[in-house]
Design a protein around this ligand. Structure first.
Ligand code: NDP
Length: 498
C-alpha cells in the first residue's frame, strides 16, 4: 500500500483542526484504486465526541442570538465557495466514494441547492399570529433552535446528505457535531472547510471522524445533544431512534429502500427503459432511491426483458473518472462482498439470473471493486433478494397481471421510500398514487432524485421522524414556542384558564 506522503486529516472542534485524544488514525483508499491511500483520518472515541459536543454547546448562545438573515449570510458565502470549488469537490467524491464524475457533479449541485434554499429560509422561518380568545391579548408563535444537534451520515452521498442536514440546521440557529461515515471522511473534511472559510464562528460546526459504534453512540447518549439527524441503514437507524426517543430527544432517521417501478402495458416503453436502467445501475445502485424491483404487466413482459437486457449490455463499466463510464466500482470490499453474497443467494433461492452476476477482474478491474449490472427474473416475492436492500446494481423483475397485483407486489416489503409507475392512463396513475406505500411517488419518471424545496423521506422501515428538506426541515430543526401577551394595561377579571 502506497503510504508515503499521506496527508493526515484532523477533527474540527471549536474552530481548531485537532488530533483525537488517542492519536490513532486510519487510512482510506479509493474504490477504483485499492492501493491509493487518500489520507489518514482520526479514530475518535467517546472523549472526542464529548469535547465536540461541549464546543457546540459553548457556541450555541452566540449563534442562536445571531439574527437568522445574518446566519444566512454565512450560508450564501458557503454557496459561493462551493460554486468555485465544485469541480474539486466532485472529483473528491468520485475518488473517495467511486461514483461517476457526472453523478458527483450532480451531488455537489444538490448540496448547493439546499444551501441556497436554507439561506433563503433565514428571511422566512415563519411563525404565525392568531386572534386570542381574550381581549387585548396578542398570541403568536416563534421558532427557536433545538440546541446542539448530532448529524450522522452514510457514505453514498458524502456531500449532499451532510449538506441537506447541516444547512437547514444552521439557518435555524443550532450548533452541530457532524459524524460522517468512516468510508468517506475526506468529502466531509472538504465540506467543513467550505463552512469554515465562509465565516462560521468557532464551535458552530464540529467534525469528528471515527467508528459509529463508539463516536456515534456517544453523541446519541450525550445529554447536551437535543436533536439527532441520521441517514443510513434501517438496522442502525432503528437503534438510534429507540435510544434517542428513550432520552426524549428529537430524532429523524432516513433509512433503507427497496424501490419498485411498475410498468404498465400502455406506457412509453422507451422512456420507462431509460429511467429503469439509469435508476437501477447508475451510481452502481448505491442510492437509497435506486430502483431495485421492476413489476411489469404481463402483456409487455417479453418485449421489456429483451430491451432491458440489450440496454444493460451497452453500459460501460470502469473508473468513475472516465467520462464515458456508466457503472463505476462499488464503494468498498465489504460492499462487494455483500452484493456478491446477494447474487449467490438469489441463484440458490431459485431466481433466474438472466444478466451479469459476476465480479470483474483483469486490467483496471483488478484495482477496484467491480461487479456487473445484474438482472434476476422468476423472483418469488418472499425471496431475500426480493425483500432486502442489496445496495448494488442488482435488479429483480416481477410479472403482474395488472395494476392491482403490481401494487400488491410493490407494497409487499418492509420499506417504503421511493416508487414509480409508468402509464399514460390518468385513472390508473391516481389509483397508484393513492395506494402505493412510499414517501416519494413518481409518475412516468425514475425512482431517483428529489428537489430541495420539497420534503424527502420514506414510510415504514424507510423513515421515521420528520421529513428532510423543504419547510419540513425547518420544522425538524426548530422548536415552536407559543407566546401570549396581555397588553390591556390594567388589571382585568381573571379568565378561567385550564
Ligand atoms: P450505516 O447505517 O452503516 O451507517 C450510517 C452512519 O451511522 C455512519 O456514519 C456510521 O458510522 C454510523 N453508525 C454506525 N453505527 C452507529 C451507532 N451504533 N450509533 C451511531 N451511529 C452509528 O449505513 P451506511 O453508511 O452503510 O449507508 C448505507 C445505508 O444508508 C443504506 O441502507 C441506504 O439505503 C441508506 N441511505 C438512506 C437514505 C435516505 O434518505 N433514506 C439516503 C442514502 C442512504 P460508520 O461509518 O463509522 O460505521
Amino acid at each position: 500500500m502506497a503510504t508515503s506522503q499521506v496527508t493526515k486529516y484532523k477533527n474540527y472542534i471549536g474552530g481548531q483542526w485537532v488530533d483525537c485524544e488517542s492519536g490513532r488514525t486510519y487510512p482510506i483508499t479509493s474504490p477504483a484504486s485499492k492501493t491509493t491511500v487518500l489520507g489518514e483520518f482520526q479514530i475518535s472515541g467517546p472523549e472526542d465526541a464529548a469535547a465536540a459536543v461541549q464546543a457546540a454547546q459553548d457556541a450555541l448562545q452566540g449563534w442562536s442570538d445571531t439574527p437568522a438573515p445574518v446566519r444566512a449570510g454565512v450560508l450564501y458565502r458557503a454557496l459561493e465557495i462551493m460554486r468555485e470549488r465544485g469541480d474539486d469537490i466532485a472529483r473528491t467524491i468520485t475518488i473517495e466514494e467511486g461514483k461517476p464524475l457526472a453523478d458527483a457533479q450532480g451531488e455537489v449541485k444538490r448540496a448547493m441547492n439546499i444551501t441556497e434554499y436554507a439561506a433563503g429560509e433565514g428571511r422566512r422561518m415563519f411563525g404565525y399570529t392568531t386572534p386570542s380568545e381574550l381581549p387585548n391579548t396578542f398570541a403568536y408563535t416563534v421558532r427557536r433552535p433545538l440546541g446542539v444537534v448530532a448529524i450522522i451520515t452514510p457514505w453514498n452521498f458524502p456531500i449532499a446528505i451532510p449538506a441537506w442536514k447541516i444547512a437547514p440546521a444552521l439557518i435555524c440557529g443550532n450548533t452541530l457535531v457532524f459524524k460522517p461515515a468512516s468510508g468517506t471522511p475526506l468529502s466531509a473534511v472538504k465540506l467543513v472547510e467550505v463552512f469554515e472559510e465562509a465565516g462560521l464562528p468557532p464551535g458552530v460546526l464540529n467534525l469528528i471522524t471515527g467508528p459509529g459504534s463508539s463516536v456515534g453512540n456517544a453523541l446519541v447518549e450525550n445529554p447536551l445533544v437535543r436533536g439527532i439527524s441520521f441517514t443510513g441503514s434501517t438496522e442502525i437507524g432503528t437503534g438510534i431512534y429507540t435510544q434517542g426517543a428513550a432520552l426524549l430527544k428529537k430524532v429523524q432517521c432516513e433509512m433503507g429502500g427497496k424501490n419498485a417501478v411498475i410498468l404498465l402495458a400502455d406506457a412509453d416503453l422507451d422512456k420507462a427503459l431509460g429511467g429503469i436502467v439509469q435508476a437501477a445501475f447508475g451510481s452502481t445502485g448505491q442510492r437509497c432511491t435506486a430502483t431495485s424491483r421492476v413489476i411489469v404487466e404481463e402483456a409487455i413482459y417479453d418485449q421489456f426483458m429483451e430491451q432491458l437486457i440489450d440496454r444493460t449490455s451497452k453500459l460501460k463499466i470502469g473508473d468513475g473518472l472516465d467520462p464515458d463510464v456508466d457503472v463505476s466500482p462499488l464503494s468498498s470490499q465489504s460492499q462487494l462482498d455483500i452484493v456478491m453474497g446477494y447474487i449467490g443467494m438469489g441463484t440458490e433461492e431459485g431466481a433466474r439470473l438472466v444478466y451479469g452476476g459476476k465480479s470483474l477482474s483483469g486490467g483496471i478491474f483488478d484495482d477496484g471493486y467491480y461487479v456487473e449490472p445484474t438482472i434476476f427474473t422468476e423472483v418469488a416475492p418472499d425471496m431475500r433478494i426480493a425483500q432486502e436492500e442489496i445496495f448494488g446494481p442488482v435488479l429483480t423483475v416481477f410479472k403482474a397481471d395488472g395494476l392491482e397485483e403490481a401494487i400488491q407486489i410493490s407494497n409487499n416489503v418492509k420499506f417504503g421510500l421511493s416508487s414509480s409507475v409508468y402509464t399514460k392512463d390518468l385513472t390508473k396513475a391516481f389509483q397508484y398514487i393513492n395506494t402505493v406505500e412510499a414517501g416519494m411517488v413518481h409518475v412516468n419518471a425514475p425512482t431517483l432524485g428529489g428537489e430541495v424545496h420539497l420534503p424527502f423521506g420514506g414510510l415504514k422501515s424507510s423513515g421515521v421522524g420528520q421529513r428532510e428538506q423543504g419547510t419540513e426541515a425547518v420544522d425538524f430543526f426548530s422548536e415552536v414556542i407559543t407566546v401570549y401577551i396581555d397588553h390591556a394595561g390594567a388589571p382585568r377579571a381573571q379568565a378561567r384558564f385550564i
